[in-house]
Design a protein. Structure first.
Lengths: 475, 310, 315
């Protein structure tokens, strides 16, 4: 396959570059800021003010209220496709599942139409893309690449592997609220990403099953356990569960931690400002151990797509995962039956104030070849129009741009906007909020926990997490 | 595994005098026991492949409902194969495999025969040392080499006509090079053993006739080595085609990968449709099966080359 | 010693030099570089300076440029608190080796011996048993996933444990999955050993067997007392092949665990690869693991070299 790129290859010998020191100095100088940024990054909801929904003014958070007030007319200022100079770029994508791949193609087509830039999409399977990202960025990256917000982005930006796109944000900044902006910044305060969408992690279920069996949506933990028990006696798998890829289970840890100990503690834990041996961490695992018997067995051998299938086939009653996965996997004819509720309250002090709602977007690798055209594409993508184009085919994520007019939103998407809007704070998910090595370590430890949720194992697990964290978090 | 390990040194095996060896004092119980044992083993051994074939011929809806081990409700279908072919762009992956395997095999044979010739025919103090260098290099596990290798690949720049990425990394040329380098050892070892069996008189006659070193190599030795070269070609083709690790680590663009490693990509892409993945895997196996059916003798001869002394 | 013309010398240089260069640059240099890199700490980005010792400071988790780390990587690797995967990986490699030596290889030898005795249908048996060797290990992994599938697979359906509550998780359960994968590896290894051994058997001097038969020994005695000792070189080769193949175990596990590290399937080769083909790279640490693998591999390699080239010199 040929990259129809123009311009000279970005030939930088990796052995001689020292400019990372510059980047780090900048970051170190802003040592105070990163902490705050990380907080801000993880905080907040995308004020995806869908025009019809009155919930467009969730005013509980300071950050949102100012932005939510932004009139929807601002979104009409679509990024001037002034840079529609044409040219062509390659776009590296990890949208490998069929549904997401199709949605991605939609926005690519819209981009080409709007900016005149030809886009060649290189899709790599999801896991492989992430695993190869460091090499990819250092080697021969595409002109644009899909990626995630949070520490995962800042990590690569800090190593000088991404191109800052402040100039792009000069044009599209008005389309996003403060939360969206801070999610896209690196540790040095520059912009490195343009977000496209985010999605909530919630508990999915089939409406017809609940109606048929007379189940009600649980509001508290006690209700949740009771419902799971009832489902089990009714012959259903109460909670479909899969952890072969390792990361799905992190979501459950996150939400139980958010519910039990609150958002601040969760973020402190992600940044290793509190030790993993803290008693509150043990509380999370003990809480989890209560629901684990009702979760599908054999999780470490099962991929989440199969768990979602179990839910779709009505063999399972519920499943806790992101809408980007479960809803995306449902056959269109079954989608109408799908519904969700947010994870029940565990600690009344925190209610259901928080959740994980990861944001995905696009970044511009340092070694991109056709930077001008890539930036033109980014300017278009950072607009409500582009998001609407994407969401026309994507029935499970929600956009972030202000004044997003998304008439194609399904019920799930509408509800997602509402629920995310209700949150006081929103985190990005463990593998984006903490150092990737730490997330990997937790993946292994949690797989061990699922296999053996005894108290002694929890203690051993905490100890191991703390030992590893000490090494990982020392610079 | 893709690379092989050499077998013991010694004369090239061409003994086929089997007739007199067959003991036929018919020990009935032992014979029957042996037959039963072999039949059982054979049935067990072929089951996985047959099973995979069976699954790939069933429609997904049917297997989702009844499982893989079920009577063929819903009949048989080739749709998994045709879908795998079209939706996953398998033709391109096959092309990639050809682009890598064919040059790699040819270059490996050329280079290895050259070294083997020198080492076996030109008296040299360093012959043994050279052989050791080549052979030992081939025995190392790939993971020992990968970390620096991959940095080397990122550092070496290539002109665009050789590599679309401008680097040795993520290029067909890069994969060809590493496969050649990694298979050289075994090839050198086997070919040198084989060449040693060529009578010295032929060379002396050639020298008397004034043949240059090159002529002795190209015109005299290589044609005589045809059986060994054919055997090695069969082996190398299979191993390089089946290679997984180098392609996974040294190629990052999904659609540049050769077919075997592309399967990992496909697994991720069609993750919920195991029937299609099975079909894709079987399609990928076809070339090796063709080699197996047509060239089994050569393949086995290659493995046995140089095995055991008389 | 033939005298070589000038032109011949040039040809010699090229014929020898090019392959040698390729081998040195792409095999030997990396092998030594692994050792060197194992003393550094490097995230792979922006070069490495061997002479600059690593110092602390800076933002947590954001890597410094490559620096000299001393033997810290080894300390970290062997410290099971910091690297909990290491011990299981070594154990699993050891188990893999034992299973090969005690089960897969003897099985292959057994097949070879039985086939060599010339029972009817040998051709078919040989062909079938050898088929897995032709298949790529990635393919083998995919095929066997169908067999081990929890709800739909062959094994669970046959033993009636394919329901949602009682399914056996062959590939996910950390107590089972290594053995499941070893079955796959044995499926392949046995055929490989069989072919090697058959070749060796065929080359055994027929007069030996005839003499043994005349002396009245039966089939098994003939094998153990007469043939087996003579096949010492082949036996050693087979053993070395077995050890090296077990150290190479990678493809099967990688495709089964889909590039993650499933508990129960940790291996040295997987750990090394994870440190490079992973979101964050730890070049120095991965190299240290590579050195461990290298040192272990040197044992069978040395045995092999000694066996072969000592014999060579004797000639």
């Amino acid at each position: 396959m040929s990259d129809s790129e123009s311009g000279t290859p970005g030939a930088q010998s990796p052995m001689s570059r020292r400019s990372v020191l510059k980047g780090l100095a900048g970051a170190a100088g802003l040592a105070v800021v990163p902490g705050a940024l990380l907080e801000a990054c993880s905080s907040k909801k995308p004020a995806a003010a869908s025009s019809s929904s009155a919930a467009a003014a969730p005013s509980t958070s300071a950050a949102a209220s100012s932005a939510a007030a932004a009139p929807s007319t601002s979104a009409a200022a679509a990024p001037s496709s002034s840079a529609a100079a044409g040219g062509s770029i390659t776009f590296g994508s990890n949208y490998s599942d069929a549904a997401t791949k199709a949605a991605f193609q939609t926005i690519v087509d819209a981009t080409t139409k709007q900016t005149g830039v030809q886009v060649t999409v290189n899709t790599t399977d999801h896991n492989t893309f992430q695993n190869n990202i460091s090499t990819y960025l250092q080697g021969t990256p595409d002109d644009l690449a899909t990626w995630f917000a949070g520490y995962r982005l800042q990590f690569f930006a800090a190593q000088n592997l991404l191109t800052p796109i402040d100039d792009v944000w000069d044009k599209i900044g008005a389309n996003f609220n403060d939360a969206g902006k801070s999610l896209s910044k690196g540790l040095d305060g520059h912009y490195y990403m343009v977000p496209l969408y985010n999605y909530p992690w919630v508990v999915f279920y089939n409406k017809s099953v609940f109606t048929a069996k007379g189940y009600t949506v649980p509001a508290t933990w006690a209700d949740f356990i009771a419902l799971a028990k009832k489902m089990k006696t009714d012959g259903l798998i109460p909670i479909a569960f899969a952890d072969k890829d390792g990361w799905p289970a992190l979501g459950t840890f996150d939400i139980i931690n958010l519910r039990t100990n609150g958002y601040d503690f969760h973020i402190q834990l992600m940044k290793h400002q509190v030790p993993w041996t803290d008693k509150r961490v043990a509380d999370v695992f003990n809480q989890w151990a209560e629901i684990l018997p009702y979760c599908q067995s054999g999780a470490t051998g099962r991929i989440w797509q199969d768990a979602a299938k179990a839910l779709e086939n009505k063999q399972a009653g519920m499943m806790f995962q992101g809408s980007n996965q479960v809803a995306a996997n449902y056959a269109p004819e079954n989608l109408a039956d799908l519904d969700f509720f947010v994870y029940p309250t565990i600690n009344t002090a925190y209610g259901t104030d928080f959740m994980d709602a990861p944001t995905d977007g696009f970044m511009l690798p340092k070694k991109a070849k056709n930077v001008a055209a890539a930036k033109a594409v980014l300017e278009y993508i950072g607009s409500a129009d582009a998001e609407a184009a994407f969401l026309a085919t994507d029935k499970y994520d929600v956009g972030l741009a202000n004044g997003l007019n998304a008439p194609t939103y399904s019920d799930i998407q509408k509800k997602a906007v509402v629920e995310i809007g209700k949150c006081k704070n929103v985190s990005q998910f463990m593998d984006r909020d903490t150092i990737p090595d730490m997330a990997t370590a937790m993946i292994k430890l949690i797989q061990g926990f699922i296999d053996n949720p005894s108290a002694s194992n929890i203690a051993a697990l905490q100890k191991s997490a703390e030992t590893q964290a000490k090494t990982i978090f020392t610079a | 595994m893709t690379a092989a390990t050499p077998t013991a040194p010694g004369a090239f095996v061409s003994r086929t005098t089997g007739a007199s060896r067959r003991n036929r004092p018919a020990r009935r119980p032992a014979s029957i026991a042996a037959q039963v044992f072999m039949i059982t083993a054979t049935v067990l051994w072929i089951t996985p492949v047959v099973f995979a074939l069976y699954v790939s011929l069933r429609p997904e809806k049917s297997t989702n409902k009844y499982g893989y081990v079920s009577m063929p409700h819903g009949g048989f279908t080739f749709s998994n194969f045709s879908n795998a072919w079209t939706q996953s762009d398998m033709l391109r992956f096959f092309e990639n495999s050809v682009r890598i395997t064919v040059p790699a095999v040819i270059i490996t044979l050329l280079l290895a025969s050259a070294v083997a010739f020198i080492v076996s025919r030109v008296s040299f103090k360093l012959n043994i040392a050279l052989l050791i260098v080549f052979t030992a290099g081939n025995l190392l596990p790939q993971q020992v080499l990968i970390t620096p290798l991959f940095r080397i690949y990122l550092a070496i720049h290539l002109p665009h006509f050789l590599s679309s990425s401008g680097l040795l990394y993520n290029s067909y040329f890069g994969l060809i090079v590493i496969n050649v380098a990694f298979q050289l050892g075994f090839c050198v070892f086997v070919l040198s053993n084989y060449m040693k069996t060529i009578p010295g008189e032929m060379y002396e006659a050639a020298v008397v006739d004034g043949a240059s070193l090159w002529t002795r190599y190209w015109r005299l030795t290589l044609p005589l080595c045809r059986p060994a070269l054919a055997a090695m070609a069969t082996l190398l083709t299979t191993w390089i085609y089946n290679d997984f690790f180098w392609a996974i680590t040294l190629i990052s663009t999904g659609n540049k990968r050769p077919i075997t490693s592309a399967l990992a990509n496909l697994q991720g892409q069609f993750v919920s449709n195991q029937n299609m993945i099975a079909a894709a895997a079987l399609i990928a196996a076809i070339p090796t099966l063709v080699v197996y059916v047509l060239l089994q003798k050569q393949f086995i001869a290659g493995l046995s080359l140089g095995s055991s002394k008389g | 010693m033939r005298t070589l013309s000038r032109r011949d010398k040039v040809v010699l240089g090229v014929l020898l030099g090019v392959p040698l260069l390729v081998d040195l640059v792409f095999v030997w240099f990396p092998a030594f570089a692994t050792i060197a890199l194992s003393f550094t700490k490097w995230s792979g980005v922006n070069g490495v300076n061997f002479f600059k010792p690593c110092k602390a400071g800076g933002l947590p988790g954001v890597p410094h440029p490559g620096c000299f780390f001393g033997t810290q990587n080894y300390h970290q690797a062997f410290n099971s608190g910091i690297t909990p995967d290491f011990r299981p990986a070594v154990e699993h490699n050891a188990i893999w080796l034992l299973v090969f030596i005690l089960i897969a290889t003897p099985l292959g030898m057994l097949f070879a011996v039985v086939i060599d005795r010339g029972i009817a249908g040998s051709r078919i048996y040989q062909s079938v048993l050898f088929l897995p060797v032709m298949l790529s290990l990635a393919l083998i992994g995919i095929i066997w996933e169908l067999i081990y599938s929890q709800n739909l697979g062959l094994v669970n359906t046959l033993i009636g444990r394919n329901g949602n509550g009682n399914a056996i998780d062959w590939l996910g359960n950390p107590h089972l999955n290594l053995w499941s994968v070893l079955v796959e590896a044995t499926w392949r290894q046995a055929g490989y050993v069989m072919v090697l051994y058959l070749a060796g058997l065929k080359a055994v001097d027929s007069t030996l067997r005839e003499a043994a038969v005349i002396d009245g020994s039966n089939g098994w005695q003939t094998f153990w007392r007469v043939i087996f000792p003579v096949m010492r070189p082949i036996n050693i080769v087979v053993l070395v092949v077995t050890v090296i193949e077990s150290l190479r175990a990678f493809d099967l596990v990688y495709i089964t665990s889909k590039s993650n590290v499933l508990p129960g399937l940790e291996l040295l080769s997987i750990s090394i690869t994870q440190n490079i083909v992973g979101e964050t790279q730890r070049i120095g640490f991965g190299s240290a693991l590579g050195v461990v693998l290298l040192v272990i591999s040197l044992v069978p390699i040395s045995i092999f070299l000694y066996q072969n080239f000592r014999v060579e010199e004797k000639r």
